[in-house]
Structure formats: C-alpha cells, structure tokens
Design a protein around this ligand. Structure first.
Ligand code: GLA
Length: 391
C-alpha cells in the first residue's frame, strides 16, 4: 500500500476506532479524443498511477462523517438532507443522492480520504472522488451495481450537484482502466476495447500549467450547447441524425451556410476528432507512435483554434514541444488550463523539462509541474474483504 493510503487508513482508525474497507480510485489521462464524449464519439483514455484512497465503514446511523486529509477538513451530514453547496462535499452528496434515487438501501458512512491527484490539473480528481465513494457505498451496502452504473452515478453527481454537463469519459476511465493499456471507448454504446500501450523508448509526461480559469465550467457547457445547436440544424433535413457521431464531414459541409460560423467551426472540430481518434487507435495497435504523435498535435491546434478551449500557457507548451521535436503533445481534458500530455522520447525528457522550466519562467513568471504517469487498473478494493469483516 502506498504511504498516502497507509496514512488515510491510520487516520481513519484513529478517528473511528475500527477497521475500514480501503479503496483506490485513480485519476485518468486521455491520449486523444477530446470533447467527443458528449457527442457520442470515441475517446482513448487510461487510468493512471495517481489516485484518491478511501477508508470507509458503515456509520451505523443515517449520517455521513467524512474527513479529507488533503484539506484537513471534516464534514458531517444526514443522508436525508443533501443539498448542492460550494465545496468538495458536493461531489459526495451527489453520489449519495444518485444511490438514493435508484432506491438503493444505503445508510451513512464514516470515511477518510486523501491522495496524490493534483486538483484542477485536468486529471479528473473529481471523477476519482465520486467513483471511489460510490464504489465504497456499493460494496458496504451490497447494492450490486456494476461499474457502468457507478460511472453514471458519478456523472450524475457532476451534472446535478456541480452543474458541469460533462460526458462519461473521466468516470468510465477511472473505473474500467487496465494496466499498461488505454480504452477505446465508444461513448454511444458505452463499451470499450482495451488497447495495449507499448511505449518502448517513450514516456507519458504531463506538464501542469497550474492555470485554472474560473469560467471553465460555463465555457464547457457552452461548447456542449454549440454542438447540440449544430445537430439541431442538420436534423431539420436529416431526421436520422441524433448527435455529431452521425454526421460526416461532407454532411456538415452541406450545412455550412445554415450555421453561424462559430457553430460550424465547433462541429467540424468534433467530427474530425472522432475520426482522428479511430485512426489514432489503429496506429497505437501497431505501435506507430510517431504518426500517433502527429495526430495529437492536430488535436491540439483544433482545440485551440476551432474549439477555443485552450489558453496561452497550453499553446505555449505545445508549441515548445513541437519545436523540440517531441513525438506528440496536446492540451488534455476540458481545457482552459490544466495539463499538456506529451508523448516524449526518453532521451529528450531531461532537456525538454529544463527548457520548459526556463522558458515558462520567462514568459509567465511561474513554474509548471511535471508528472510522469504509468497506466494502471481502474478503481479497486485494496484490502481483502475478509480482513474488513473481522470484528
Ligand atoms: C472533461 C469532461 C469529459 C470530457 C473532457 C473533454 O474532462 O469531464 O467528460 O468532455 O472534458 O474531452
């Protein structure tokens, strides 16, 4: 067990004098396929070796007593009084509410959690938070939900308690991740294909801009609306179209004049990104990393110029990667800050990092952070159930 998990367990025992169930919920990266999930397209994410760890046990009442080790903050609430508020508690209340709406027989829990996923870095710490908590409730109260149902409850929490109309990618990747592999997730059928990732002489290096724009979630929801608007226009003459997944480049071009230029640009990016993701998955299967990397750059400039979800810091880091002939780089996740993902040659990593540090300081007067990530299995129980059930 990593030190951070051990310390979560120790704090739980100290606070609640019992043996907890221990759960690991990882963050995620996305290799390619950005802003395609809520358009029923394809994405290629993976779970990573940064996680939130949960120590949980039934509270034997209808109250949840929860403590975050990272924030050094505790809350207590009744499962009958769940109202969206301002903090991280929202996510947990949202998950609880999701279980209740399904009529599942849950009660309160005692819970301590903490981890090493940077918050606001675009590594889906919020999906990990919801998934880990939901996974724990499901186990403790024997609700019998499968992983897809848990992913949807986590998404429900984001939609209803945080007002972010996200797709399903983050929750799904954190739950279904596979060691040393990415998931080609079809967001329409909600099924995935496991694609082994052979990095050979490359690594996955994230560079965290440390930037987070406060309007990111309303801008995210606006992008979603723009896509829906485009679909509505196309559907007027093609009623078999239900999302951008159904729209080919040619069909979109035929409707160019009936759309505002901005809507057209956003839809074109998505239609192209869905195809690019499928192409990238084929390249990954045959270990064509160089061609894969080119597609990552294409995605980035599409996100920056057409979809308009990048920011100067992200553009700067990707342009620098391109200049340094790094195999692939792009902004990752919702945008407006967070990390770039770099598919980097091992022998270039050291010099690249040094250059980024120097140039980032000159341009933005701040320091980015670097995370080298490995691909791991999705949410799991860390201690044996028998051990947990011992009095
Ligand atoms: C965020 C959302 C995801 C997805 C990405 C963009 O991470 O939570 O559902 O839309 O942005 O690809």
């Amino acid at each position: 067990m990593p030190d951070v998990a051990r310390s979560v367990v120790a704090i739980f025992k100290q606070k609640f004098s019992r043996e907890p169930m221990v759960i690991r919920a990882p963050g995620r990266i996305n290799l390619i396929g950005e802003h395609t999930d809520y358009n029923e397209g394809f994405v290629l994410p993976a779970a990573i070796d940064r996680a939130i760890y949960f120590a949980m046990a039934p509270s034997d009442t209808d109250r949840c007593n929860i403590y975050s080790t990272d924030k050094d903050e505790g809350v207590s609430f009744s499962i009958h009084d769940l109202n969206p508020g301002e903090t991280w508690v929202n996510y947990l209340m949202g998950v609880m509410d999701g279980f209740e709406r399904k009529g599942l027989p849950i009660h309160g829990v005692d819970c301590v959690f903490g981890g090493d996923i940077p918050v606001g870095g675009g590594l889906s710490s919020s999906a990990a938070l919801c998934n880990g908590f939901g996974f724990g409730l499901n186990q403790l109260y024997k609700c019998g939900l499968d992983r897809l149902a848990l992913a949807k409850i986590s998404q429900y929490a984001e939609h209803e308690f945080v007002s972010l109309l996200c797709g399903l990618m983050d929750q799904y990747a954190s739950l279904f991740g596979k060691k040393n592999a990415a998931l080609l997730l079809d967001c329409r059928s909600q099924k995935h294909e496991v694609i082994p990732v052979h990095l050979t002489d490359h690594s996955l290096l994230l560079v965290d801009t440390k930037v987070k724009h406060s309007l990111a979630s309303s801008a995210y929801n606006d992008r979603r609306k723009a896509c829906e608007e485009g679909v509505k226009i196309i559907r007027e003459k093609n009623n078999d179209i239900s999302s951008l997944r159904d729209v080919s480049r040619i069909l979109l071009l035929e409707h160019r004049d009936s759309m505002a230029p901005d809507i057209f640009a956003k839809c074109l990016y998505v239609v192209e990104e869905i195809q690019r993701t499928l192409q990238a998955a084929e390249l990954l299967k045959i270990d064509e990393l160089v061609k894969f990397g080119r597609l990552m750059y294409e995605t980035h400039w599409g996100l920056s110029q057409s979809y308009e979800v990048s920011c100067v810091e992200l553009d700067f880091l990707v342009a620098l990667a391109e200049e340094e002939k790094i195999t692939g780089a792009r902004m990752m996740g919702g945008g407006f800050g967070g990390c770039t993902i770099n598919l980097i040659q091992n022998d270039k990593a050291k010099a690249f990092k040094e250059k980024v540090i120097r140039q980032y300081a000159v341009n933005f007067n701040s320091q980015p952070e670097f995370y080298l990530v490995n691909l791991v299995d999705g949410v799991s129980l860390m201690n044996d159930k028998r051990e947990y059930l011992q009095p």
